[in-house]
Write a protein that binds this ligand. Structure first.
Ligand code: KG4
Ligand code: ZN
Length: 333
């Protein structure tokens, strides 16, 4: 089954073609970093306008690289939510138009399930049950996946997503956008023990996260310190990153132990972070757990993961009607 995937939930316009849901024939990602960088974050109206400009060329390129034409498609999978409504609408409209014009089966995919599916595109795909830490710019959550297509959310952020914290701290430090990669780079020359930032503990013992406290702590620290030299910026970046990594790793391992699950999937844009990948890998070795982390280009937003998730839903007989619509607050269950 040849499936075209389309992803436009936030600030990447992406299209991919997969054979059999696992073989990536093409994966095209057009980043919008250039238009959002001056604002230090995604400007929704600019994002949807750019999606509109580039979505057709991106889909065309994905088909060209895969050597497939519209007549060769057996299914179309599109991100239905969660995300920015104006952005989601562009992808959904294009997917529906192709489905209608060519009579191709259509399915809507939850973006977060897409992130989990990135792990199935690697050589060593996870087996069920597993615990998935989905950590991105819009979401930070822990899911238990006991069988294909079924998820139980056991924890989530109560305020900012981890990636959002990276982006906001980078802005505070004058490092630009997107914050994750630049903080990771700058932190390399910093001392992670230079500044002690708070880690949020849930008083009710839940597997939830909170990153607004550390963001405020960085903001206060920066204000008190006044003008920062590059070495101080590197120390703050390193200390911030280490604290976030430690929190994510500790809560994930603790949840896995509590649930007696020995398989973990780490995915989402923040999963591209090397210190996070290494710290979780080390803890998994220590705790005799198996870790699955997609390659970096599959961790950040892409359409291959959407096509993979959509493929399995199409095979299971799921179909979206042409009245399907974007759902900005779609939950994963
Ligand atoms: O999954 P993603 O591409 O888009 C959303 O679904 O949100 O995640 C984007 C987020 C951004 O906040 C970005 O700063 C963060 O992932 N990110 C990173 C790294 N690369 C991207 N955070 C930390 N370290 C990185 N290397
Ligand atoms: Zn994402």
């Amino acid at each position: 089954m040849i499936v075209l995937g389309i992803e436009t939930s936030c600030d990447e316009t992406a299209a991919a073609v997969l054979d059999g849901g696992r073989k990536v024939l093409s994966s095209i990602v057009a980043s919008q970093d250039d238009i959002h960088a001056p604002y230090g974050g995604v400007v929704p109206e600019l994002a949807s306008r750019r999606h509109l400009d580039v979505v057709v060329p991106v889909v065309r390129r994905a088909l060209d690289v895969a050597g497939v034409d519209l007549a060769g498609l057996d299914g179309i999978a599109v991100t239905q939510g969660p995300g920015l409504v104006g952005s989601l609408l562009i992808g959904c409209s294009v997917a529906k138009a192709i489905a209608f014009a060519r009579g191709v089966p259509l399915v809507g995919v939850n973006h977060l399930e897409g992130h989990v599916y990135a792990a199935f595109l690697e050589d060593d795909p996870p087996t069920f049950p597993f615990l998935a830490l989905v950590v991105s710019g819009g979401h930070t959550a822990l899911y238990v996946a006991r069988e294909r297509g079924r998820y139980e959310r056991i924890g989530q952020t109560r305020d900012d997503a981890a990636g959002e914290a990276f982006d906001k701290v980078a802005k505070l430090l004058g490092l630009g956008y997107p914050g994750g990669p630049v903080i990771e780079r700058v932190a390399k020359s910093g001392n992670a023990r230079a500044v002690s930032f708070p880690t949020a503990q849930m008083s009710d013992g839940a597997s939830d996260f909170s990153f607004s406290g550390i963001k405020t702590a960085v903001s206060l620290h920066v204000r008190r310190a006044g003008a920062l030299d590059p070495a101080q910026v590197a120390d703050i970046a390193a200390s911030f990153q280490a604290t976030v990594v430690q929190t994510l790793v500790k809560k994930t391992i603790r949840a896995a132990r509590r649930l007696d699950i020995d398989r973990i999937v780490l995915t989402g844009g923040v999963a591209a972070n090397t210190p996070l990948r290494e710290a979780l890998a080390a803890e998994c070795i220590e705790g005799h757990m198996h870790l699955h982390v997609p390659s970096r280009r599959l961790c950040t937003d892409n359409a291959a993961m959407i096509a993979a998730a959509g493929h399995d839903r199409l095979v299971a007989g799921e179909r979206a009607s042409l009245t399907m619509n974007a759902v900005p607050d779609l939950v994963l269950v």
